[in-house]
Design a protein. Sequence first.
Length: 113
Amino acid sequence: QVQLVESGGGLVQPGGSLRLSCAAPGSFFSINVMGWYRQVSGKERELLATITSGGSANYVDSVKGRFTISRDNAKNTVYLEMNSLKFEDTAVYYCHALFTAFWGQGTLVTVSS
């Protein structure tokens, strides 16, 4: 079983920023496309961004220009830098190794004044 470990969630005011991190085992991380998702209670999990092992990133329109996905292959970690946060960004955020069954445990981001 591969364990993905997320961190960095918390409470932030509208317009603020947070950086989420997701650590994975080294041999697993280096070959996989990684992604960040989020889920609001009662709704389906939503893909936000993906990044290939070579660093090529893609975003959904709702976060393009505000969120940045990156990875540090030496640290086996993928990041999601979130700026200009809005109330509607409140959700549980998950990292996922695409094309596998492996997910992180989720980290809660709450945007509130």
